[in-house]
Design a protein around this ligand. Structure first.
Ligand SMILES: C[S@@+](CC[C@H](N)C(=O)[O-])C[C@H]1O[C@@H](n2cnc3c(N)ncnc32)[C@H](O)[C@@H]1O
Length: 202
């Protein structure tokens, strides 16, 4: 898909350009929460400006980072090279993505709600498949109760049920789970669920 045709990506393009101009590269609270769980080879799906990818690489991880936003991908590649950190960055449309290999950790912060419901469910399955035994899946999504809709394509989004993410990892060990609500423009609200699950080791 052309990034310009994707309303969500167009929304973030504008935001990322402004952040890059300001040099605003702060880790958001979800990234801060999952960072301590990351080790080894990390896949960062929907990496955005890649603050988490760079922070994980600075802690010794080798990171593969994917996003559809041209601004995000170019800016992260530049910063990774400048810092000499092992972050491989690629532009990719992740709707319908299937893993070609496994990682120690798969991170997906703030991406899956931009897929249609069926694609969002399939993406959770793909994430589970991409995690090695003993490894980590860290997922953050918007959940039901969210009323801020500006960044959604009206025909192409999914507000998850509060327990929907952990339910997609049956038999895995829950390491972290948190629901948070934040006020959004126009008196609306964003409700997030962040979950870190460990796949049982053999
Ligand atoms: C809320 S931002 C999260 C970025 C980053 N993970 C963070 O926590 O700051 C959502 C990201 O999903 C990306 N995105 C949305 N739809 C996508 C798609 N179909 N394929 C790849 N990336 C997509 C956007 O470009 C944006 O970077």
């Amino acid at each position: 898909m052309n990034p310009e045709d994707n309303r969500s990506v167009a929304f973030f393009e504008r935001q990322f350009r402004q952040q890059a101009e300001r040099g605003d590269y702060t880790l958001n609270s979800f990234e801060q929460a999952v960072l301590p769980f990351l080790t080894g080879e990390v896949l960062d799906l929907g990496c955005g400006l890649g603050n988490l990818s760079l922070a994980a690489a600075a802690r010794g991880c080798r990171v593969h980072a994917l996003d559809l936003s041209p601004t995000a991908v170019a800016d992260l590649a530049r910063r990774a090279t400048q810092a000499g950190l092992p972050v491989q960055v690629e532009q990719a449309d992740l709707c319908g993505w299937r893993a070609e290999r496994r990682y120690d950790c798969v991170v997906c912060i703030g991406l899956l709600m931009f897929f249609a419901p069926e694609q969002a469910t399939l993406a959770l399955e793909s994430i589970a498949e991409a995690v090695r035994p003993g490894g980590i899946a860290a997922v953050n999504v918007l959940i039901e109760g969210t009323t801020f809709m500006d960044m959604f394509d009206p025909n192409h989004y999914h507000l998850f049920g509060e327990m929907e993410v952990e339910a997609a990892f049956p038999g895995w060990h829950l390491r972290y789970a948190r629901t948070e609500s934040y006020p959004a423009p126009g008196g609306t609200e964003k409700r997030f669920r962040t979950v870190v699950m460990r796949r049982p080791a053999p």
